[in-house]
Design a protein around this ligand. Structure first.
Ligand SMILES: Nc1nc2c(ncn2[C@@H]2O[C@H](COP(=O)(O)OP(=O)(O)OP(=O)(O)O)[C@@H](O)[C@H]2O)c(=O)[nH]1
Ligand SMILES: [Mg+2]
Length: 464
């Protein structure tokens, strides 16, 4: 994909019937290739950048394919930094494909996934974190994930990473000069001053790392598992949250077997809520499998909603089950749902044995009547993204790749600081400092490998 001599072409709109489709062309020969297939008032090769031209797209034999609008962007002022022509054709299954074939038969090459954005990266139009944000922006489905990817595209994260990296590069540079004069025992920067700079970089990296807990959930969505004993109203709760009869509800315990997943938008965040089989000892093979699946959901959930039927006393083994859940260190966040609040509360939930439940975050709801759902939604939001606001000034870390790089940068920086504190030689401080600089460089693409790039751009759609 690093070969940027070819002129590439692709359909940039999704397949299917629609009013318009866009066929995009980028590269050295984009203008002559487009001009060959286009008949309009002016020849496309000589028109100025950022202009639109109505005309006819022609096959090699001169027959008309479609009436189109050609948008012309000249290098370097285009998305890719190269000459770019975009043909807006009529939509549908045939026309855009036919137009693409025509451009390819005249010498363009079919673009690989993400290749336009890859060229934008190679030509310095975007850094790597910004290029990744393009894919995220396209994939975003809620207000908050959209806002996060837009901010990353605008360079929020890149600026912060570059700022920290520049400071470290400067430190490293001074240490290296010092090493060159090591015979003379000179110190170019005061060690106290240096420690301050380290502390500031560590604090900034720490800020990024701590934004990841919320950033990941904003980016990937929040997995919520609804669990509890049979018949407590788990499926009713799922239906109430979605305002749809999604899962079967019945008064017979053991109704739900398979897991049922729905997606909800709460406060601009995507929640993937899963209803599961009621947890109990069972000899029924299908139910046992359902319960196994329920436990799998519990292990992978970001938030577990532990549902009880507060209108009846605990059933056999239920208190024990609840206690196990609350003590299970693998469960990240637990919210107790006291369901059936439309009925009188059973006193037995206040017994000594159940007092540990009072220490849990909880909410009373009636899945049947829809009471308490607003407060449940509020708690879900607070437990997942806390107080992070979409407009907050600190950049968010949303991708596992970035978090991994920041973690490596942090541990190298801490090792470097230790060398400094132990008053070891400048070369020791520098080795780790350079590693830290490189890790940060991976985020914005100053340091990359073909593997990293292939991995990132292969996730794009063709035509972007
Ligand atoms: N009064 C009242 N009844 C409810 C409420 N929520 C659920 N129910 C009733 O409780 C019974 C069980 O509801 P489900 O939603 O099927 O319970 P479940 O936890 O999914 O049950 P399993 O799938 O068998 O584990 C049904 O008869 C519901 O109508 C509620 O808030 N108030
Ligand atoms: Mg159910």
């Amino acid at each position: 994909m690093r070969d940027i001599k070819d002129t590439i072409a692709a359909i940039s709109t999704p397949p299917g019937e629609g009013a318009l489709a866009v066929v995009r062309l980028s590269g050295n020969r984009a203008l002559p290739l487009a001009a060959m297939a286009f008949r309009g008032k002016s020849g496309l090769e000589s028109v100025p950048s950022h202009t639109l031209h109505v005309g006819t797209l022609l096959s090699a034999s001169g027959t008309a394919i479609d009436t189109v609008v050609a948008s012309v962007y000249r290098s370097p002022h285009s998305y890719t930094g190269e000459d770019v022509v975009e043909f807006s054709t009529h939509g549908g299954y045939y026309v855009a494909r036919r137009a693409l074939e025509e451009l390819i038969s005249r010498g363009a090459r079919l673009a690989k996934p993400g290749e336009f954005t890859f060229r934008a990266f190679l030509n310095g139009r975007l850094d790597l974190a910004q290029a990744e944000a393009v894919a995220d922006l396209i994939a975003s489905r809620t207000e908050r994930s959209h806002a996060a990817s837009l901010r990353q595209l605008e360079g929020d994260l890149s600026r912060e990473v570059k700022g920290i990296r520049d400071d470290l590069v400067e430190l490293c540079g001074l240490l290296e000069v010092e090493l060159d004069f090591s015979d003379e025992d000179l110190e170019f920067i005061d060690r106290r001053e240096m420690k301050k700079k380290f502390a500031s970089a560590i604090a900034r990296l720490d800020g990024l790392l701590s934004s990841y807990a919320a950033g990941r959930l904003i980016h990937d969505g929040v997995r919520v598992a609804i669990v509890g004993s049979p018949n407590v109203g788990k499926s009713s709760l799922l239906n109430a949250l979605t305002r749809e009869e999604r899962a079967i509800v019945s008064s017979a315990p053991g109704t739900t077997r398979d897991t049922i997943e729905v997606e909800l938008n709460i406060g601009g965040i995507l929640f993937r809520v899963v209803d599961t089989a009621g947890l109990r000892e069972s000899v029924d093979d299908i139910e046992v499998e359902g319960i196994r699946r329920a436990y799998r959901q519990i292990r992978t959930a970001d938030i577990v909603l532990l549902v009880i039927d507060a209108s009846r006393p605990p059933i056999d083994g239920e208190v024990e089950l609840l206690r196990r859940m609350t003590e299970d260190g693998t469960i990240q966040r637990l919210l107790l749902i006291r369901n059936k609040s439309d009925l009188p509360v059973s006193e037995e939930w206040s017994d000594e044995g159940s007092s540990f439940l009072d220490r849990l975050e909880s909410v009373s709801v009636s899945a049947l009547k829809g009471d308490g759902l607003d407060s449940l939604n509020e708690k879900l939001l607070k437990m997942s993204v806390g107080d992070t606001q979409s407009s907050e000034s600190h950049p968010l870390l949303v991708s596992a790749r970035h978090k991994d790089a920041v973690e490596r940068a942090m541990s190298a920086l801490q090792m470097s600081l230790r060398s400094l504190e132990e008053e070891r030689g400048g070369e020791f401080i520098c080795v780790d400092l350079r590693n830290s600089i490189d890790s940060l460089g991976e985020i914005i693409g100053v340091v990359t490998t073909d593997d990293i790039l292939a991995n990132i751009f292969s996730k794009f759609c063709v035509g972007k």
